[in-house]
Design a binder for this molecule. Structure first.
Ligand code: RFL
Ligand code: PHB
Length: 389
């Protein structure tokens, strides 16, 4: 088999890239290790920046998102004592869209099948070869049979634990990492959200987030120590803790219900530089991870593949510039999102070494944000997403 671009991974990065290439008339094949049901059921992100929404519209995979997605003009930061509303629309003229990653993924897969974009699920033992040569190769096994694909380029869109970054010699990459000493326990339930906007709460007992998927489906998170096991959290225990952390004003508006899903995600900041090795390009979580506090992970995956598609389109038009600039362009946006996510995480969470002074610093910063339109605009500008360039 032969194609122009071999894409490893059918997450948001790989799928969106395939549609951007399709629109430009560039052939690709997507190889995904898991089956379709597994890929579509991974519950993760919920917030799309306008740039991501625009990209989905650009590739024509926007019909259901525009019908079912909820535009949000603001969100709240709560301290237990006060609530600060960040009016994104007034401060930046932009908003964000609540539309789950599961829905984005489902729409992109449906459209890929409709457009006959080759999408191979259950491709096991994917390996890349000769990536520094002119004819890179991807091999895999499927139903016990060894398969092979020749390509001009390989896009490693296979997430943090994928094979693409792992195939690059260690001395060709610089890695930057911070692992946080806590995780997020998330719960999804078919109950109406406690508020029409998201609430990020910084409480003495730890962080909590009230989010949603629709008017009838809520997504909540509480910060937990990494030693915690999900089995130790009955639904009742989760709702009790959430109620305390969201504070007395919000508590009466929380509707409890049985969990559809409950899981713990560790928090990490991570960047691998550069995002290119020969003809292998990394995009999305394969190259970087942000803690979910800023809602940036999926959105960075989208902006990466926008830069990568631009480079590939340039290449097939005869210019190497876009691909040469890919890593630099992408990393410039990534590092700013890394900074915002790290800052927002540091401000809102309780760290094991957060003493009385540290807590006062957090409270003083939140009070400053409350009183300063300039500070609120800075938060809003980063949350809605910085421009591509
Ligand atoms: P993905 O989604 O991990 O997809 C990678 C795909 O590659 C496949 N794969 C392989 N395929 C073939 N061969 C191999 N060897 C392979 N290894 C892996 C995998 O099966 C998978 O299908 O990466 P991608 O496309 O880069 O997308 C990144 C996003 O998924 C991620 O950044 C976000 O989910 C992060 N995130 C959030 N991002 C936001 O923008 N807004 C949010 O509100 C938000 N909330 C979140 C989040 C992530 C969370 N968790 C669980 C980490 C909330 C949470 C709790
Ligand atoms: C979510 O709805 O899953 C979500 C929303 C905002 C975040 C992180 C996760 O910052």
């Amino acid at each position: 088999m032969r194609t122009q671009v071999a894409i490893i991974g059918a997450g948001p990065a790989g799928l969106l890239l395939s549609h951007l290439l399709y629109k430009a008339g560039i052939d690709c094949v997507i190889l995904e290790r898991r089956d379709r049901a597994y890929v579509e059921s991974r519950i993760r992100a919920g917030i799309l920046e306008q740039i991501t929404v625009d990209l989905l519209r650009q590739v024509g995979v926007n019909e259901r998102m525009d019908r079912e997605g909820l535009a949000h003009d603001g969100f709240a930061m709560a301290t237990g004592e006060e609530t600060i509303r960040i009016d994104m629309a007034a401060l930046t003229g932009k908003n964000v869209m609540v539309y789950g990653q599961t829905e984005v993924t489902r729409d992109l897969i449906d459209a890929a099948i409709e457009r006959n974009i080759p999408l191979l699920f259950e491709a096991e033992n994917v390996a890349v070869h000769d990536v520094t040569g002119a004819k890179p190769i991807v091999t895999w096994t499927r139903n016990g049979k060894q398969e092979k694909l020749e390509a001009d380029f390989i896009a490693g869109c296979d997430g943090f634990h994928g094979v693409a970054r792992a195939s690059i010699p260690a001395d060709k990459l610089s890695l930057f990492e911070r692992v946080y000493p806590f995780g997020w326990l998330g719960l999804l339930a078919d109950v109406p959200p406690c508020d029409h906007e998201l609430i990020y709460a910084s409480h003495e007992r730890g962080f909590a987030l009230a989010s949603m998927r629709s008017h009838t489906r809520s997504r909540y998170y509480v910060q937990v120590p990494l030693t915690e096991k999900v089995e130790e959290w009955s639904d009742e225990r989760f709702w009790d803790e959430l109620t305390v952390r969201l504070g007395p004003d919000v508590a009466p508006r929380i509707t409890r219900g049985p969990s559809l899903e409950k899981s713990i995600a560790p928090l990490r900041s991570f960047v691998a530089e550069p995002m290119r090795y020969g003809n292998l390009f990394l995009a999305g979580d394969a190259a970087h991870i942000v803690p979910p506090t800023g809602a940036k992970g999926l959105n960075l995956a989208a902006s990466d593949v926008a830069f990568l598609a631009e480079g590939l389109i340039d290449h097939y038009k005869g210019s190497a510039t876009g691909l040469e600039l890919y890593s630099t362009r992408a990393l410039s946006r990534i590092w700013k999102a890394e900074r915002f996510s790290w800052w927002f995480t540091s401000l809102m969470h309780r760290f094991p070494d957060t003493d009385a002074f540290g807590r006062r610093m957090q409270m003083a910063e939140l009070d400053y944000i409350k009183g300063s339109e300039t500070a609120r605009r800075t938060v809003a500008e980063n949350y809605v997403g910085l421009p591509l360039r």
